[in-house]
Design a protein around this ligand. Structure first.
Ligand SMILES: Nc1ncnc2c1ncn2[C@@H]1O[C@H](COP(=O)(O)OP(=O)(O)OP(=O)(O)O)[C@@H](O)[C@H]1O
Ligand SMILES: [Mg+2]
Length: 595
């Protein structure tokens, strides 16, 4: 297993045990916003203190105002109460806003950091990982962590302080009655842990079910043409109903537990209150306690449950943030692709001549399944090389190594004598022009897509590149010309048009080494002929690698290499290979006869 494969356990976990290191690391994200965090804490604390004072004021209002019939004392106390309520209300408004600002700032940083890091990871990371999971890292997991960093931690600490305050005051007011009312705590603890766990579990199941529904929906919409073409809709709906049912069941279970949970906590709370009222009123009758004290006590008891309940909610929030943190931090701790970020000892490649050497290169995408074995060749600067061979032979793989998308398992690839393992990737890749087998067009305008390789190109250069790629006329025929919008993945273009655009993009980049992997396979033969003509002038002085199944495309290459089973089996010019009468000659004759 490579270091870029994450543990299955980490991938799926809803909750993970508390981990101090992660917790501190999450806290670390609030460091740049220390001021905001301090402000939020102070406001929260103010709210708590006011909350703690209130029952004492009730007590005063009753014992010193109502009972002795002292109207002034009553009015003064009520006025203070009202003023405190106003302050509390204002503080809580500002507090909510501050916590939201803090949370969003942390989320912003974390999301941006994760995104930039994922962009820098080597291809090997993405090979065996569904895109959906990576997307959910950036959205869901980051949210979990951000929520904890903002409201969770503030809540945790403030509720804890509030609980301590309440207990202290209750013990101070009347320790006997306080201890009596705490009798219900074990009962509440049982309800909170057992039922709450089951409840969280059920909600976790609904989230998993939603994820399956989304994944299936995604796949279905993207593959709808195939599904409809094969009449697979019914089967597909049955498959969907499986996921749908799972969600339904999980949700119903969660709701049932949820309905049981709250009444249970209420009942436990009521038992506590009943004890206090029973003990309190009998003491009042006996004259050992005032009515105000009993009222204040019942009030404190009411406030007593809130922190406990919040605490258990925040705790499960923490555990789920731990699971998210484990996933996110594991990814953040992966080494970025060597050379993709500034680092000591990397070589900044100067303008290349384009001499490419593969020295005993072996490569495997997965350990134990070699794709290339002992590939050796040398290409002089300015040479045009064609790679041909059966499907799955390893042609694209050779290109992947040349572009340094992957590194050889043994042997090395050098360009102008620079070992690709040691070069700074931006300095190297900026000199490559690559048209890959799966053409990628991004949403945006046609022009945006062309400017990828040379963001500062003038309109003149853009048009010249488009003309060379025979796509200029088509672009001009679109309603907005070069400013026409392309949909995501270029679905409003034909496959051939997408290839031509990618081609123009590579030409515009004015690369030292041009790599064309089946770049014109979907283009009609006449257009391909025209491109061939244009290429003749374009390729002058540049090293180029061309992969094509249509041998007419590769005939004029300086050298043709035949790849079979991950090795170079034949190499020479078209005429030499035809004269040799080997694999290439056979392929050529077969295609020639068909033509
Ligand atoms: N990302 C990957 N992970 C694992 N195996 C891969 C990956 N990409 C390619 N392979 C395997 O490597 C082998 C060579 O693939 P490669 O893409 O180099 O073939 P190719 O010669 O370009 O074929 P084609 O003509 O179909 O494009 C294949 O057996 C393929 O299954
Ligand atoms: Mg290929």
């Amino acid at each position: 297993m490579s270091e870029y494969d994450l543990d299955e356990l980490i991938e799926e976990a809803e909750e993970r045990p508390f981990n101090m290191e992660y917790f501190l690391r999450i806290l670390g994200y609030t460091r740049p916003y220390r001021k905001t965090a301090v402000k939020a804490s102070i406001l929260t604390l103010a709210g708590i203190i006011i909350g703690l004072l209130e029952p004492l004021l009730f007590k005063r209002a009753i014992d010193e105002g109502v009972m002795p019939g002292n109207t002034t004392a009553l009015i003064v106390t009520l006025a203070v109460l009202l003023a405190l309520r106003l302050v509390q209300w204002a503080a809580s408004r500002v507090q909510i806003r501050t916590i939201n600002v803090l949370g969003q700032q942390v989320l912003y940083d974390l999301r941006q950091g994760l995104f930039t890091h994922i962009e820098s990871l080597p291809f090997a990371f993405f090979d065996h990982r569904p895109v959906g999971k990576i997307v959910s890292r950036i959205t869901n997991d980051v949210n979990h962590i951000g929520n904890l960093a903002a409201s969770g931690i503030v809540n945790l600490i403030s509720q804890l302080l509030s609980l301590i305050g309440i207990v202290e005051i209750m013990l101070y007011l009347n320790w006997k009655m306080a201890l009596l009312s705490f009798v219900t705590i074990p009962l509440l603890g049982f309800v909170l842990t057992k039922v709450r766990w089951a409840l969280e579990d059920a909600w976790g199941d609904t989230r998993k079910a939603v994820a399956s529904i989304n994944a299936h929906l995604n796949e279905t919409i993207q593959g709808l043409s195939v599904i409809q073409a094969y009449g697979y809709e019914k089967h597909n709906s049955v498959k969907f109903s499986g996921f749908n049912k799972k969600y339904f069941d999980a949700y119903m279970r969660a709701i049932r537990l949820d309905q049981a949970f709250w009444p249970l906590t209420d009942i436990v709370g009521a038992i506590g209150t009943a004890i206090v009222i029973w003990y309190g009123t009998s003491s009042v009758v006996r004259g050992t306690m005032t009515i105000g004290l009993v009222v204040a006590f019942v009030n404190y008891l009411g406030k007593f449950w809130a922190p406990i309940s919040t605490f258990s909610r925040v705790w499960s929030q923490i555990l789920s943030a731990m699971a998210s943190a484990e996933r996110v931090f594991t990814i953040l701790d992966l080494r970025p692709e060597t050379g993709s970020v500034a680092q000591e000892g990397l070589i900044e490649v100067p303008r290349l001549e384009g001499e490419v050497v593969f020295e005993d290169v072996c490569f495997a995408y997965k350990p134990g399944e070699p794709v290339l074995t002992d590939v050796c060749f040398r290409v002089s600067a300015g040479e045009t090389i064609a790679l041909v061979g059966p499907t799955g032979a390893g042609k694209t793989t050779i290109i992947n190594l040349l572009a340094r998308f992957y590194q050889p398992s043994s042997g090395k690839v050098t360009v102008d004598g620079y070992d690709l393992a040691q070069v700074s990737l931006p300095s190297y890749r900026s000199q490559l022009g690559i048209v890959l087998q799966d053409t990628l067009i991004f949403s945006g305008t046609i022009k945006d897509n062309l400017l990828f390789g040379k963001p500062d190109a003038t309109m003149e250069e853009v048009v010249r590149a488009a003309k060379a790629a025979c796509i200029h006329d088509f672009i001009e025929s679109m309603p907005k010309g070069y400013d026409s919008e392309v949909t995501e993945r270029g679905t409003n273009l034909s496959a051939g048009q997408r290839q031509l655009l990618a081609f123009a993009r590579a030409i515009l980049a004015d690369p030292r080494i041009l790599i064309l992997d089946e770049a014109t396979s979907s283009v009609d033969p006449e257009t391909e002929q025209l491109i061939q003509q244009a290429l003749k002038t374009l390729l002058r002085g540049r090293t180029s690698f061309i992969i094509a199944h249509r041998l007419s495309t590769v005939r004029s290459a300086d050298r043709i290499m035949v790849i079979e089973g991950g090795q170079i089996t034949e190499s020479g010019t078209h005429d030499e290979l035809v004269a040799l009468g080997g694999r290439y000659a056979n392929l050529y004759q077969a295609q020639f006869r068909r033509a």
